[in-house]
Design a protein around this ligand. Sequence first.
Ligand SMILES: *Cc1c(COP(=O)(O)O)cnc(C)c1O
Length: 452
Amino acid sequence: MKRQQYERPLIQRINSGIMNKFGTKTEYAPVTHIDDFSVKELIKQYGSPVFVISEKTMRDTYKEANRAFKTRYPKVQFAWSYKTNYINAVCNVFHQEGSWAEVVSGFEYKKALQNGMPGNKIIFNGPDKTDEDLISAINNNSPIHIDHLDELYRLTELADEMKKKPNVAIRVNMDTGIYPMWDRFGFNYENGQAWDAINKIILGDKLELVGLHTHIGTFMLSPSAYAIAANKLADLALGVKKKFGRTIQYIDMGGGFASKNTLKGSYLPGSDTSPDFNQFAEAICTALLNAGFVEKDLPLLVLETGRAMIDDAGYLLGSVIANKRLSDGRRATIMDFGVNILFTAFWYSHKISPAQDFSTYTEDTVLYGPLCMNIDVVRDQITLPPLKKDDHVVVHTVGAYNMTQWMQFISMRPAVVMLGLDGKSHLIRKRETIENIEANEVMPEYLLKFKI
Ligand SMILES: *Cc1c(COP(=O)(O)O)cnc(C)c1O
C-alpha cells in the first residue's frame, strides 16, 4: 500500500464565508500530465516556472473554429492575431492550418513577413503605422486597415508619390449594445464618419477600397452583438454597391470571442458561460447571408480570433516557494510565478491544479507570486489542498496575452515549450538571461571612473 502523506495538524477558527451551490470542495483532480507529457519531467528539463503550449489543442481549436464557420458560410478566412501570442512557432502552427496574419504594428508586420507570410495575406491594423510601415505594406500589397483620417490622408499622399493604388479597408466602430463602446478605433457608423471615409477613399481614387473591418471588443460573451455588427458592415457594403456600383471583397469581423477562462467575480466558471464557436458563427453567418447580397457579391468573411483560439492550449507550470499564515489566520502560499509573467491574473480567476496527489483536506488559500510587490497576487481566494515547498502546480488557460504582455521585472522571463504532435517537447523560447537584458544597456564612460 502506498504510504499516506503526512500533514501537519492545524487548529483553525472557522470563517463562515459565503457559500455557493457548489460548496467549498476543490473541483480539481491532480494534473500530473499534459498531453501525455509529465509535468514533473517538463519542470526538471526546462526549469520552473515554464510556459507550455499544446500543439494538439491549438490545431484542434483551429479546426473547431474553422468548421463552425465553414459549415455556415461559403467563404471564410482566419487571420492570426499576432499580439495575442507572437512566438514564431505558435504563429507558424496557425499559418500551417491556413491562417493569414493580422498585425497591429511595424514590429508585428516584420515578424509576419519573416514567418514567410505573403504580403497580401498580412492584414495591417492599428492606429500607429509609420511612413516606413505604410511604404512597406504598399510595396508588399498588404491590406491596410485605416484607423483615422490623418492616416487616410498620409496614405493617399504616399500612394500618389509611389504611383501605386494600395488595397485598403476602413475600421468601423459602432453601437452593438455593448458598453463602454470601443469608439476610439476607426470611424463611427452611426454618426456618418464611416460613410465620410468611404466617400473620401472612392471619390479620391488613390486607394482601392477592398474591405470593411470592425473589432467590437474582447472577451465578448454576447453573440448577438456580432450579429448587429455584421448587419451594420453589410449595410455599408450594400450602400457602396448601390452608390458606386463597386463590390466590397471582404467583411472582417475582427476578434473578441470569449475564451473558456473565468472572469474575476463571475459566479459560474467560464467553461459553462462562454459561448462556443458555433454560437458566434451562427450569429455572424446568419446576419451576412440574410443581408441581401446577390450571390456573386457575397463578401469573404475574415475573422481575427485571438484569445479563443490559443487560451486553452497554454499552461503555466510552477512550484511552491513557501507557505505562511496571514495575520487573520488565512493560509498563504508563495509561488515562483507572479503577475509579471501571468498578466491575465489581473482579470481572470485562473484554474490552478496541484500536479501531485493530495489528501481530501482543503483550505481557503491566497496564492502570491514571488515579487516584492503587494500587488503580486495570483489568486486572492482559491480552495486548494495544502501544498508543500517544491510541490508543483499547473495554471490552466494562459495561452492568450501572457507571452506577449509579460514583463521583465525583478526576475527573468521563463522558457516556453511546445508539446509537439511528434511526441516530443520543443523549446520555442529560451529562458531569459542577464546577458539578454543587459545587451541593451549602455554605460556612460565617465561613470566607470570611480573607486568604491
Ligand atoms: C487584439 C485584436 C484582435 C484579437 O482579439 P481577441 O480578443 O484576442 O480575439 C483582433 N483584431 C484586432 C484589430 C485586434 O486589435
